[in-house]
Every structure is written in C-alpha cells, then in structure tokens.
Design a protein around this ligand. Structure first.
Ligand code: GDG
Length: 494
C-alpha cells in the first residue's frame, strides 16, 4: 500500500487488461460472480481494493451487462465494493479481429518467433486499432472528472496502441505497460507490417516492463532500428516525441505461499485420490506432469516425442512411469490451435497404443480445466515436472511446480527457451525441447537423481520462488514507477 501511495499520491490508479477480474454469469435465474482464481489478477485485486481505483477490461461474462451502472462500471468485490470495474463491450467482429485475429494470430506468433503463423490480415489490424481506441476512451471517460492525471497500468500485448491515445488526451498521466510475452529481435519483429505503429503506441508509456533483460535489449534494438528515437542503452531509456520511456526487466513471480498451502491442503489430497482412481494410476508408479493450455508455444508435441523415445530406449520404465498431460483447450476456432488439439490427441493415442498394456496407460491426457487444488495436487504428486516450452515469456507453471514440492520433492525439467530459466535454470534439469535424444536422456538423469540431491535442488528453487514472488514484483514495479516520477519532478523544479 505504501509504494502504491508513493506513486499515486492523490491520483487515480487505473489497471487495464483484456481479461476482467470479475465476470458475471446467469445461472438458474441468478447472477453469479466468477472471481479471480490465482495468479496476477488475484494479486492485483487487493492492490486495487486499497487504491480504490478503476480496472478497465473487456466485459466478456454473459451477465456482465446486467450488473453495470450508467457508466458501464460495477463496484467490486460484490460483498464489499472497493473499486470500479469498467467494462469495454466488444462486437463479434472486434472479438474476431482484435482478440482472435491481431492479438493471437499476429502478435502472439510474432513474439514467440513463429513468423510462419503470422496472419497479417488488414481487418485484424483495423479491429485492433479500433478496440485499442475503445479501451483508451474508457480510461479517459472514467478519469475525466479527476483533477490530476491518472496513473495507468496496461497489461500485455492486446493493448499496444491504447497508451498513445491516452497520452494525447492527458499529457501528464503516468503510463506503465507490462508485456507478458517475449519481445523478439528486430529481424523477427520487422516481419510484422505494423511495427512502427506498435512501437509508437508503446513509447507513449513512461515505463515498459518485460520479464527478462534479453527482451528489454530486443525492444531497444527494435526502437533503434525502426524509429528516429534516441536510445540510451546505459540508462535503458528512449527519448521519443518529446518524452522519455524507461525500459526495465521486472520478472513476474507467483504467490508462492498460497501455492504451497494449496499443495498441503486436504482438498488436494482428496482430488488426487479421485484422479488416480479414475485414471488407474497405481500408487507405486513414478509420475511426470505437464500443465498447460494447449498452445503451440508450450512444446507439448516435442515433449511427447521425447517421452516416446524415453520409453522406447528404457523398457524397464514401461509399466511404472506415467506422464500426466493437462492440456486445456485454448483459443479454439483459430486454425493453428484446432490443428494442435487434433494432433496432440492423435499422438497421445498413438503412444498409448504403442506401449500401453491392460494395466498401464503411458500418457494420461485430460483437456479439463482443473480446480486449483487439482493443479496443486498434480504438482505435488509428480516426481518430474516437465516444463518445456519452445518459447515462453516467463512460464509460471515452472514456479508453481517448485512451490508445491512441500513433501518428497520432485525434479523440475525445464526448457532452455523459457523466460523462467534465467531464474531457475541452475537447479533445474535443463533440456532443449527439440533435441529429442538429449531430452530423453535428461528424463533418465532426472529420474536417477538421489533423494538428497533432489531435496537440495528443490530447497534452492523454493528459496528463489519465495524470495521473488508476485508481491515483490508488484512492489518493484511501483517503486520503479515512483522513482521515474521523482526524477521527472526534480527535473521540472530544477
Ligand atoms: C502468459 C505468458 C507468462 C493452467 N491450466 C489450469 C490453470 N492454469 C494456470 C497455471 C498458471 C497459468 O494458468 C499459466 O501461466 P503460464 O505462465 O504458464 O502461461 P500463459 O498462460 O501462456 O501466460 C507466460 C504469463 O503470461 C505471466 O506473465 O509467464 O510466459 O505466456 O498459473 O496454474 N489453472 C487452473 N486450472 C487449469 O486447468 N485452475
């Protein structure tokens, strides 16, 4: 609260994200509220309650429109209203063009270096522009009566253009943006025809945050190459159109204490007992787990290839080593995602046909969205956590897996291509997701680590994820922003 107050003083704090923190649905005639489960939204919610600010997000719940007041806002949390949730309503064309189109078929593949999947359709771009303008207008509307310019914090790649429009109307607003996915090198970034517009939008911010130093460097390289901005690498700042933007690495953490408590809960124990029974996983089996949305960046197919190779080369592990893949369907309707869903299901079936027996299923596959205690149970019970994306901004699953090793610690097997590897790579078993032979060998190595060694590694990793958790991240972000504001005030008064 103190760091937030330092930055905001008596200015309004506005958080802007594509997803809403509370969504409303109608069930049996009653309106029900879906609350933030874990992660960033849950950590930001208490900050917003203290700051009594405004959260601007896409109103996506089917009953969202029924609960809003005249200014499209509803006070949340419902039982003890502390801040305003202001919805941006999107037409079907906007959802198609802004969300499924430009965000997820242009920016997502671009930033994950998969330029072959780039779908640079003009209608996607125009919907992205239009929707970013709608978000900016909602921010401006909700702060129109404030005497002082607000502090606005944008989340992620859906909103690259909104900061410029807010800046044009409120020149003294403090604007910050956190980009949750990688930032590519200039050679890759220029594959997107709108690169100048995207940079122009983001450079309206005072602070742009990324997970790693490498993404910051890539961003500065792109600005240097594509614009006439002055890039100062020593202070990691950019002077552009009369303002200065600071670029900082602010690696996101998790609520590690909460994750550990979930792993210890009776609910997790009960969930696991049920899951094991449903899927016929014997208590004596060694278990590996993969937890993700079905996304081509997460490396699920190369992981299945490595596992297949492992079973083929190590028949002594057939019958007693099971891989559980939780792969929730995501972004369905986008061709690359539909095709991935089909291929993963077919691969799982093929591998199970090849090695499975009447008593043993090598790959237990579920596309269900699991309750939090189910996710925690999977982490806790697994001997190996396989977190092997082909590209990932950070990857919070790796951190959650670590925090959940509250008993008989399992080993984290981590891709060298995840952002999290910068923080966790020393004590994890690191693999290259596409090197199936090396990956299969590392699975064997991980399984043969002594208990003492896996305990030591787990303890070191746990120190890391507890020491830099989501609350530290919030604090660093607000402190960084406050320091930029202080620097600016001292220049003005000098
Ligand atoms: C983006 C970036 C970056 C997953 N399935 C279920 C479930 N989850 C939860 C996990 C974890 C979260 O979803 C996934 O977070 P990741 O970080 O792994 O991945 P992305 O969704 O791609 O997130 C990523 C992140 O933004 C934050 O900046 O780390 O690099 O791509 O918390 O536990 N939760 C529940 N049921 C599920 O079935 N309850």
């Amino acid at each position: 609260a103190e760091t937030v107050a330092q930055l905001c003083d008596d200015r309004e704090l506005v958080v802007v994200s594509n997803r809403e923190p509370y969504s409303h649905a109608r069930e049996d005639g009653e309106v029900s509220v879906d609350r933030p489960a874990g992660g960033l939204t849950a950590a930001l919610d208490p900050v917003m309650q203290t700051a009594e600010g405004t959260w601007v997000a896409w109103g996506d719940g089917d009953a969202d429109r029924e609960v809003v007041g005249p200014d499209d806002a509803v006070a949340v949390p419902p039982e003890d209203p502390a801040y305003d949730l202001r919805r941006v309503w999107l037409t079907d064309e906007q959802v198609e063009g802004y969300y499924r189109g430009y965000s997820n078929q242009v920016l997502w593949p671009l930033c994950h270096l998969d330029t072959a999947k780039l779908t640079p359709r003009e209608d996607f771009w125009s919907a992205y522009r239009e929707t970013n303008a709608d978000f900016a207008d909602a921010i401006l509307d909700s702060t129109a009566d404030a005497d002082r310019d607000p502090v606005v914090w944008f989340q992620d790649y859906h909103l690259a253009l909104a900061p410029r429009r807010v800046r044009e109307a409120r020149s003294d607003a403090f604007l910050a943006h956190f980009w949750h996915i990688p930032w590519p090198s200039w050679d890759v970034f220029r594959a997107c025809p709108q690169y100048e517009h995207l940079l122009d939008g983001l450079l309206a911010n005072d602070l742009v945050g990324f997970h790693t130093d490498a993404y910051c460097r890539n961003f500065l390289d792109c600005v240097d190459a594509a614009t006439d901005a002055r890039v100062d690498r020593s202070s990691r700042s950019v002077s552009y159109r009369g303002r200065r933007t600071f670029v900082r690495a602010l690696p996101l953490g998790i609520d590690a204490g909460r994750q550990a408590a979930l792993a210890e809960s009776d609910a997790a124990t009960e969930w696991w007992a049920q899951f094991r029974e449903t899927h016929g996983i014997d208590a004596s089996e060694t278990v590996a787990v993969g937890v993700e949305r079905l996304d081509y960046t997460k490396g699920i197919e190369p992981r299945l290839r490595a596992l297949e190779r492992f079973w083929a080369e190590n028949p002594e592990w057939c019958g007693n080593f099971t891989y559980v893949q939780k792969g929730t369907e995501s972004r369905s309707g986008i061709p690359a995602y539909d095709a991935l869903q089909d291929r993963v299901a077919a691969e799982v079936e093929r591998i199970n046909d090849r090695f499975g027996t009447d008593d043993w299923t090598p790959v237990v596959y579920t596309t269900d969205h699991l309750p939090e205690e189910g996710i925690a149970a999977l982490y806790r019970e697994a001997d190996l956590g396989l977190v092997t994306p082909v590209r990932d901004g950070m990857n919070l699953v790796a951190k959650e897996f670590v925090a959940a090793q509250t008993r008989d610690p399992g080993v984290l097997v981590l891709s060298e291509l995840a952002g999290a590897t910068g923080q966790l790579g020393d004590e994890a078993v690191v693999v290259h997701p596409h090197d199936a032979a090396g990956f299969a060998d590392r699975i064997g190595d991980a399984l043969s680590l002594s208990r003492a060694e896996s305990r030591r590694r787990a303890a070191d990793l746990q120190r890391e994820v507890h020491a830099e958790d989501v609350y530290d991240w919030l604090e660093s972000t607000f402190e960084t922003a406050a320091a930029i504001e202080r620097g600016r005030r001292s220049v003005r008064t000098a």
